[in-house]
Design a protein around this ligand. Sequence first.
Ligand code: MG
Length: 203
Amino acid sequence: MKIICIGRNYVEHIRELNNAIPSEPVFFLKPDTALLIRNRPFYYPSFSTDIQYELELVLKINKVGRHIQKEFALTYFDEIGLGLDMTARDLQENAKKKSLPWAVAKGFDQSAPVSGFILKNHFSDLKNINFHLDLNGRTVQQGNSGLMIYSFEDIITHISRYMTLRTGDLIFTGTPAGVGPVKNGDVLEAWLEGEKMLKCEIK
Ligand code: MG
């Protein structure tokens, strides 16, 4: 499986990092070795001093598809969960300056803690899904799918123009504002429509 992540999909987050609003969805990949499941702890890597959390809605692809038309895009996933796009911000900023790829900054081991999943049909409106992240009990990020620049359909349509989607692939749909650093001992807890989905302790 592969993990596809959308960047720059919430206006307030784009502003906080001083980026430009993209004219089409921007995406990058994490390898399957980035996956961290079952609320296992995240071990702070030695190569970075600025690991940051980015809480995102995650779609789980349920069938093979390429060149997916927008009208059918929603049939390519049944389940929604939460994920943390853990980012070595120092390495990413350095890569950006030098126009180098983000592979290391975004794709290192354990850089994708992912929750369990909830059936899509559980949500009454896919354009109004609330989620939030607490850091040591204090809410630091709040998101709503209605604030995404590119919708789930837009994202699936766009990615599948270039890369075949396969069953089990995960799509991280972008982070809202409020990203920030973690340190040893921190506890991240993520909530989807009032349900606690994910806990991640930094070690
Ligand atoms: Mg992200």
